[in-house]
Structures are given as structure tokens and as C-alpha cells.
Design a protein around this ligand. Structure first.
Ligand code: BMA
Length: 384
């Protein structure tokens, strides 16, 4: 009798558990993902049917005319709300004793920003512009052979593991009030179809790239127990077919979101906005189809038009490009302000008074965009 009761309870528990996740029938590739991570992934599947989170890189750290001022955000000052998604970069964390990332954001502050955004119901995504472990140069030091050197048996494999230890140490400090790990959309080895980073297309063979990814994912999940990561596979705009897009895909047990990065460039007087829309359209169609086949989600992981010189870029270009697709999120890059190195203004979200602010308000008010208040209403970390 006692045993039967136990069985009955077990069956009940099992059916409750499957009912929990059956609704949208999608599970992150990390089989041991935390409850919050599984729930977020399912909820992103649900929300992506209706609209997309709007994200901004380094949003809480600095803006065009300010640095490290509590609660400030150029996005908030432009539309009255924080972004629904926050992007951060761990580049530099691999170095011993390094306290700031490659764009001078202190890791201690980054952790606090991540915790505060999570508390308000926002979502977090992290990239890693890691240095070149073979040459000691930066991520753009694209010497072929670097990937080989970090794979098992490679000369830099042990060093690479110490770098992953540092990443894991940081990831494991990202916790909510109940000490639960904060789910992170983790996008390592991004823009893999270009060749400007050492892990890029011309610098390693497809199988080497896959091994790099597979080793990294397994080390972080199985050895370091970072069970709060949702893995984002990311190319540039180079692939023109699904086969080219998937050439370096590490497998369905290794990735959760299929994404690409695309930027608009050129002077506004000569630029044809349809080029951006058409090029993005090619990639959006590819990822829609690949995601449907592999039961994954999609995203436009980085985009923007530097210094947004076109006043209605948000609704005339970006929104038109995204129309009819079901991405989970779109993120625009960081608001650095004036960049000495390039002698240009370097920002991708408007700030108060910026020429595209009114149009950004329209974009904000659209049913399709989730900024933070909408993200909070969606209760992305709760079971529905
Ligand atoms: C680039 C620029 C650089 C920055 C890098 C990593 O696109 O914004 O200034 O260092 O991203 O964030």
C-alpha cells in the first residue's frame, strides 16, 4: 500500500512536471538547466509568437553623455522605460586580476546591474570578446590555428580551461533573492561566419569550431555546473543559404537560439534602407526555417545604425525588417558616445533629444515590442 501510494505520487509529480513544459514543448539544450532557465526558455517561445524583447548593450552602465550614474539609461530617458533585455560582455574576465571588461565596465558593477534588471523582470544576455589565448592579442587577433591550440591536446588547452573557470565563477555569482541562478542568454563565439575574430570562418575548420563550442558548453554545464545558460548560436550576414548558416552549428544538444548580427552602414544621403531590410530578410527567413526544423528560437542578436542619422529608422527600417517574423529579441549595440579612436559618435539607441527619439517612442508603443514594463507583465520567470 505504502509503495503504491509512492508510485501514485510519483506519477502525479511526473505528469505535473511534463504539463509544466508541455505547453510550448521546448526545453533548453542543457538537460540539467535550472527551473528558472527552463521556464524562461519556454516563456520566450510563447512571447516570441506575439512580439520581441528590445535589448540594449551596456544600457545601465553609461550613455552618450554620462558614465555610471545610478538608475540612468539612455533608453529610459528616450521612451520612459528600460529595455526588456540587457546585453553585457565578459571580454577581459579571462585575464588574471582584471576588474573591468574591454569597454571599461567593472565586473562588480555589471553583476549589480544584472541583478537589478532581473529583479524588475528584465532578461540578460552575455557575449564574450575573449582575448586570443595563443598570441595574447585581443579577440580581433585572428591568427589561424588559435582554435586548434585551445582544443583538447592543444598547447593552450589548459590555459583555456582556466579562462572558462573565470567565466563560470562570475556566472555563478549571478543570483536572485532566493539564491537562484539568474538565467542568461549566453552568446559565445559570435559572428562566427565572419573572419575578424580568431574563431571566425577563415581561421578554423567547421569541425574545429564545433569542437570548440562543444567543449565549452560541456565544460560550463557538466564541470562548472553553470545550469543557467541558454546558448545562442550567432553568425553575421554572410550566410545566404540555410546550409551555409548551419555549416558550423554544433548540434541541437548544444544550442537553443539561432541568431545573426546585422548593421546598417553608410551615409544617410546615399544609403538605401531597402538594402538593410532585404539583407536582414534573407537571414530572418533562414533562421525561421532552421528554427522550425530544429525546434529552437530565433533572435536578431545585434543590430543598429551608428548614431541613428535617420529620424524614422525604428519604424521605417528596423520594424519593417522584422515584420512577419517571430524572433524572441532584437538588441542594439552600446551607447559609447564620442569615440576618440574612430573620431565618430558611437551609439545605437537614442538618448533624450536625439533625432530619432519621436520615432523610437512609436516603436516603443508598438504592440510588437517588449520593453521592461511589458517584459515584467509577461512574467517571463514564472510558469504559465
Ligand atoms: C564594437 C565596438 C567596440 C567595442 C566592441 C566590444 O562593436 O563597440 O568599441 O570594444 O564592440 O564591445
Amino acid at each position: 500500500m505504502h509503495k503504491q501510494n509512492g508510485n501514485f505520487i510519483l506519477v502525479l509529480l511526473l505528469s505535473f512536471n511534463s504539463a509544466l513544459f508541455a505547453q510550448h514543448n521546448i526545453a533548453p539544450c542543457d538537460k540539467d538547466a535550472t527551473k528558472e532557465t527552463k521556464v524562461l526558455y519556454n516563456n520566450l517561445k510563447r512571447s516570441s509568437g506575439k512580439g520581441y524583447l528590445f535589448g540594449h548593450q551596456d544600457d545601465l552602465a553609461y550613455g552618450v553623455n554620462w558614465r555610471y550614474e545610478k538608475d540612468r539609461s539612455d533608453v529610459k530617458e528616450s521612451c520612459g522605460d528600460y529595455p526588456g533585455l540587457y546585453g553585457w560582455d565578459l571580454g577581459g574576465i579571462e585575464k588574471d586580476g582584471q576588474e573591468t571588461n574591454l569597454d571599461s565596465v567593472p565586473f562588480d558593477k555589471m553583476r549589480e546591474y544584472i541583478k537589478s534588471a532581473y529583479k524588475r523582470g528584465g532578461v540578460i544576455t552575455i557575449t564574450w570578446h575573449l582575448n586570443n589565448p595563443m598570441t595574447g592579442g585581443n579577440a580581433w587577433d585572428n591568427k589561424p590555428g588559435t582554435v586548434t591550440s585551445v582544443l583538447p591536446n592543444g598547447a593552450k588547452h589548459d590555459l583555456y580551461k582556466t579562462w572558462l573557470d573565470k567565466v563560470a565563477n562570475f556566472i555563478l555569482t549571478l543570483r536572485g533573492d532566493k539564491n537562484e541562478l539568474i538565467p542568461i542568454l549566453f552568446r559565445p563565439y559570435h559572428e562566427l561566419s565572419g573572419s575578424w575574430f580568431w574563431w571566425g570562418k577563415n581561421n578554423c575548420a567547421p569541425e574545429e569550431f564545433k569542437s570548440l563550442w562543444q567543449f565549452t558548453k560541456k565544460y560550463l554545464s557538466d564541470i562548472k555546473k553553470c545550469h543557467n545558460l541558454i546558448y545562442v548560436y550567432n553568425t553575421g550576414t554572410e550566410p545566404k543559404t540555410k546550409a551555409a548558416y548551419m555549416e558550423r552549428y554544433p548540434g541541437n544538444d548544444m544550442a537553443d537560439i539561432l541568431s545573426f548580427d546585422t548593421y546598417q552602414g553608410g551615409e544617410p544621403s546615399s544609403v538605401n534602407n531597402n538594402d538593410y531590410i532585404n539583407n536582414a530578410g534573407v537571414l530572418l527567413n533562414i533562421i525561421d526555417s532552421a528554427a522550425a526544423e530544429n525546434n529552437k528560437l530565433t533572435a536578431m542578436a545585434e543590430t543598429g545604425y551608428e548614431a541613428i542619422p535617420y529620424a524614422t529608422w525604428w519604424t521605417d527600417v528596423l520594424q519593417k525588417a522584422l515584420n512577419g517574423h517571430h524572433i524572441a529579441y532584437v538588441l542594439v549595440w552600446r551607447n559609447h558616445g564620442y569615440q576618440e579612436q574612430t573620431k565618430r559618435m558611437h551609439y545605437y539607441a537614442p538618448y533624450k533629444g536625439q533625432v530619432s527619439q519621436n520615432d523610437f517612442m512609436k516603436f516603443y508603443n508598438s504592440d510588437k515590442t517588449y520593453f521592461e514594463k511589458d517584459a515584467a507583465k509577461e512574467k517571463l520567470y514564472r510558469v504559465h
